[in-house]
Design a protein around this ligand. Structure first.
Ligand SMILES: N[C@@H](CCC(=O)N[C@@H](CS)C(=O)NCC(=O)O)C(=O)O
Length: 448
């Protein structure tokens, strides 16, 4: 699967230089080419051919074609923190896996049967199935143990003879308890005490992290067990707690937590596929607040203000991507090129559902985001085709030359809707999402 190969691709790609020169020749004006296509299907076929050419020019020969050694079962939305632990471990260890996504609101029969047979009738995710034996393992921590023992040749995550890192692993359960009790129980009794416990857990985490030369909890240059166990939770707290609870865990009293966030943000296996990005976490805050509001659907004034602030921040984040679009799309690093290919591939393989979502009359999520109307399917399709071309041309000479565009309010609106709907890591990795948002929002400005 492509997601599995990406990390390997990127690290090996760092050694190849000048691989992108052919791109200037392979991509030509999309408007001219689309004009020659006789149908929308033809246009997609042409774009797919362009994509294949660019991919061949930029993908390394040593991309592994080995069969997956296990299957990972994780949630469809990419929100489950326990799945994220296992997912990230697999990426870091470089273990080849395939994925099966499980809709937690309507679990498939085959998954429940598999869980029952494995002695886990509740059927919680994550789970893995080993290809060689068919053994199915549930519970994130048990899975992490098995990945460590069953794949001794892969990168080890458990600390060895590293007391500072061991202290961080040991502290994980206490930190998780103190944080969960505050974050998910702050409206119950004893909220001040829960907050004090959470803050002293953050103090301790910061103190323990001060011993790490790299800033990571592994206390080495590569991420380890404590990083993998904690990041799914700290990622949410970092982006959502300012709105949900008026607490910022970064940018204030815990400098080593800041340092850890920075260190994690430079780990490709995390950022390129597994990480939930800031926009996605902030954009769902108001929905989560309404969903978990004990008074039904109307929020009290303080919560309502916090929800509005989160929505405003989400819009600001999109605006800053729009402002920086040319820099983002002009990035010719291997990581950026692979991210653009990932984004282009998603549009090529998934344009039907994206068009339906952008033009739907009745929507199930982000209901406040007004869609473009069901009569605009053709324009949305054209916009997506132009976006693919812009992703393939970005960073090349052709990328800086834009076709002159007639203003189109529908296309401009569609570009905004699709970037707002884009959720990392549900739809793609955060690096690919950044490139796709930049391409869409640059087009939004051109069409406005
Ligand atoms: N202790 C489990 C917890 C897993 C868990 O709670 N998974 C949730 C998703 S975050 C789930 O599957 N929920 C579905 C359900 O409750 O039916 C682990 O570490 O793997």
């Amino acid at each position: 699967m492509r997601t599995v190969c990406l990390a390997l691709c990127l690290s090996a790609a760092a050694t190849s230089t000048g691989a992108f020169a052919p791109l200037v020749r392979v991509v030509s004006s999309w408007t001219t080419r689309r004009g020659a296509a006789t149908s929308s299907a033809d246009a997609w076929t042409q774009l797919d051919a362009e994509y294949q050419t660019v991919k061949t020019a930029t993908t390394l020969d040593d991309e592994s074609t080995a069969a997956p050694v296990l299957t990972l079962y994780r949630d469809t939305n990419g929100w489950c923190p326990f799945c994220e632990r296992v997912w990230l471990s697999l990426q870091v260890k470089g273990i080849k896996y395939e994925e099966k996504l499980v809709n937690l609101r309507d679990k498939p029969e085959w998954f429940l049967k598999m869980a029952e047979e494995a002695g886990h009738p509740k059927g919680l995710v994550p789970a893995i199935k080993l290809a060689h034996s068919g053994e199915v393992i549930f519970e994130s921590l048990d899975i992490l143990e098995r990945l460590e023992s069953d794949f001794p040749e892969a990168v080890a995550l458990k600390p060895k003879n590293n007391p500072d890192s061991e202290a961080l692993v040991e502290f994980c359960p206490d930190f998780m308890n103190a944080s969960a009790s505050f974050v998910y129980g702050r409206d119950d009794e004893g909220s001040e005490e829960k907050k004090a416990n959470f803050f002293s857990a953050l103090d301790k985490l910061d103190r323990l992290l001060s011993a790490s030369p790299s800033g990571l909890m592994s206390c080495t240059d590569t991420i380890g067990q404590a990083d993998v166990m904690m990041v799914p939770f700290l990622e949410r707290y970092r982006y959502q707690l300012p709105y949900q609870a008026g607490v910022s865990i970064v940018g204030g009293q815990w400098p080593n937590i800041d340092r850890w966030c920075e260190a994690m943000d430079s780990v490709p296996e995390y950022v390129n596929r597994v990480k939930g990005d800031e926009y996605s976490w902030v954009a769902v805050v108001s929905t989560f607040m309404k969903m978990f509001n004990s008074n039904g659907t109307s929020l009290d004034p303080a919560r309502s203000l916090a929800a509005d602030q989160a929505d405003a921040k989400a819009n600001m984040l999109l605006e800053s991507v729009a402002d920086e679009a040319s820099t983002i799309l002009g990035d010719t690093s291997e990581g950026a090129v692979q991210a653009r290919l990932e984004a282009a591939h998603k549009l090529l393989t998934n344009h039907g559902p994206i068009i339906r979502d952008a033009t739907a009359a009745e929507v199930k999520s982000q209901k406040e985001l007004e869609r473009v109307g069901s009569d605009a399917e053709r324009e949305v399709e054209e916009l997506l085709q132009e976006t693919v071309m812009s992703l393939l041309q970005a960073g090349t000479d052709s990328g800086s030359v834009t076709d002159s565009r007639k203003p189109s309010a529908v296309k401009a609106r569609a570009a905004r809707v699709i970037s707002s709907r884009l959720c990392a890591p549900r739809d793609m990795g955060s690096s690919a999402a950044k490139q796709l948002r930049a391409a869409l929002l640059a087009l939004e400005r051109e069409y406005s």
